[in-house]
Ligand binder design. Structure first.
Ligand SMILES: [Zn+2]
Length: 258
């Protein structure tokens, strides 16, 4: 069976009109795992699955607890709670703060959320997720953020979630067929409040290009664009330092793998 990554959403922080925030569906060997479920991603996921209760989804991985990466996980919870309450729970690999935020929307009753989802903490030792080995690494962000590396024979995909520049990005994306890297480029627009002082918690196109170059990744997908950014500008700064193909994430974009 052919393998692919479908972009559900490409925006950071909040979604632009007609777009969505972070979310990616990875299909390989008949297995379907979604990476992040930010604002507006769930209807797009359900459309691909052809199921209003997400039948056919095997697992969820969430990098961190910020709503632009996980708020539609609560929508997925509702779909399963009302539509498939007695089905086996769907495994959710995520930092503990993600469970807390979903449970908070259920009057802090984590027990109902645990009935629908099987919670597995990140970062952690490797997991076997369907055909993939899942490795995870803590990356610098305002809250714990797990960088993700999924490997199976003949296919490796890595995804940063949200991060500042970090040496660990080279190993995370080592020789990946596709390295999905955040390029918020938050400072591109003068109207955006400047990034907070201190250690950097996001990257720009040049940082993303450097990360992919250090990792010797085959292809780089830039994503998590700040709303209204000029994405081609971000691509240009990445291609200045990364020699491989640079892809701009776009809602509905399908990338064949490996
Ligand atoms: Zn984000």
């Amino acid at each position: 069976m052919s393998s692919r990554l479908v972009v559900l959403g490409s925006c950071g922080a909040w979604p632009e009109a007609g777009r969505a925030c972070s979310g990616y569906l990875l299909e390989h060997d008949g297995y379907r795992v979604v990476l992040d479920l930010g604002y507006g991603t769930l209807p797009r996921l359900l459309a691909i699955l052809g199921s209003s209760v997400a039948d056919g989804l095997d697992a969820v991985i969430v990098t961190h607890e910020h709503p632009d990466h996980m708020v539609d996980l609560h929508g997925l919870f509702r779909a399963r709670w009302f539509g498939r309450r007695d089905a086996p729970p769907i495994p959710v690999y995520a930092p503990s703060g993600v469970l807390n935020r979903v449970a908070a929307l259920e009057d802090d009753d984590a027990s109902v959320v645990r009935r629908v989802f099987d919670w597995l903490p990140l970062p952690a030792d490797p997991y076997q997720v369907g055909p993939f080995q899942l490795r995870s690494v803590d990356l610098p962000h305002f809250v714990p953020n797990a960088g993700i590396r999924l490997s199976s024979p003949g296919l490796t995909l890595a995804y940063t979630g949200d991060t500042g520049p970090d040496p660990a990005l080279a190993e995370l994306g080592r020789d990946a067929d596709l390295y999905v890297v955040e390029a918020s480029d938050r400072d591109q627009q003068h109207t955006t409040p400047p990034s907070p002082e201190g250690a950097r918690m996001h990257m720009n196109g040049r940082d993303a290009g450097h990360a992919a170059m250090a990792a010797t990744a085959r292809r780089l997908m830039l994503t998590h664009f700040w709303p209204e950014n000029d994405r081609e500008l971000t691509r240009a700064s990445a291609t200045a330092v990364f020699e491989g193909e640079v892809i701009l994430a776009e809602e509905g974009l399908e990338v064949r793998l490996p």
